[in-house]
Ligand binder design. Structure first.
Ligand code: ZN
Length: 258
């Protein structure tokens, strides 16, 4: 069993008089979360808890600083998050999401970090998040900063998915399904309830319907199967993604380096 990092440095623990020196040229890690229904067995904070835990490991491995996660997210949609038919979801509309992320980035840019790593945990955030970053015109706003932003599931390799998730329905439908359930069983078993509802007919990606038959689209807010979920599977997936992220940071992926 691999141990989680104990030596994570938190941006929020710094004082104003310390932060300029601590951040200039350093790595900042920011998890973009969500507050969204995840069926009857998982808490509302899943989409924040998972990227924040991954971000903590990435920060520890890169000698970076971990920012507080953005706790809310873009609008939940029926084919990928269950939508707003279930209580508890708190969201920003797309334009607000772009503006909120861009405002935070603009403030952080003044501290001139050397690298910014953004880890997304909510499916509907992705396009808006990338637009917010790109819309900041990073060449001008972050002239000396490498930026790597990704949704955590993007780093799950196809071969890993084929080996561990034979019935995989696609990431859009992995909402409160086997991967999020397993990750939460590993990371926060105290808040995972004993029920394991599944949904045999996961929704198709890239389709919007109205008016929606909520009963057909999900099972109590769960979009796909939870069968086989375990803390062990969650642990494997967690470190697969974290290791992939750290490799990407070290290699620079597509980042132009002198
Ligand atoms: Zn989720």
């Amino acid at each position: 069993m691999r141990h989680r990092a104990l030596n994570v440095r938190h941006y929020g623990d710094l004082t104003s008089s310390e932060v300029t020196e601590a951040v200039e040229g350093a790595t900042l890690v920011w998890a973009i979360g969500g507050l969204e229904q995840h069926g009857p067995h998982l808490p509302l904070s899943v989409d924040r808890d998972i990227p924040q835990a991954m971000g903590a490991e990435i920060a520890a491995a890169t000698d970076g600083l971990l920012l507080p996660a953005l706790p809310v997210s873009a609008r939940s949609l029926p084919q990928s998050g269950g939508g707003l038919h279930f209580p508890g979801t708190v969201y920003l509309r797309g334009t607000s999401m772009i503006n909120a992320v861009a405002d935070c980035l603009t403030a952080l840019a003044r501290l001139r970090p050397g690298r910014l790593i953004v880890v997304n945990g909510h499916y509907e955030n992705e396009g808006l998040l990338f637009e917010a970053i790109d819309g900041c015109r990073p060449t001008e706003t972050f002239p000396g900063t490498e930026i790597l932003a990704f949704s955590w599931w993007s780093l799950a390799q196809d071969s890993w998915v084929a080996e561990h998730l034979p019935e995989f329905p696609g990431w859009h439908a992995e909402h409160a399904g086997i991967t999020e359930t397993s990750l939460m069983m590993y990371l926060r078993p105290d808040v995972v309830r004993p029920e394991r509802p599944g949904h045999d007919t996961p929704p198709m990606a890239g389709v919007y319907v109205h008016p929606l038959d909520v009963q057909r689209m999900s099972n109590d807010g769960v979009l796909s199967s939870t069968a086989g979920a375990s803390a062990e599977l969650g642990e494997r997936l967690f470190w697969h993604v974290v290791d992939g992220a750290c490799d990407m940071v070290r290699s620079g992926y597509g980042v132009r380096r002198a």
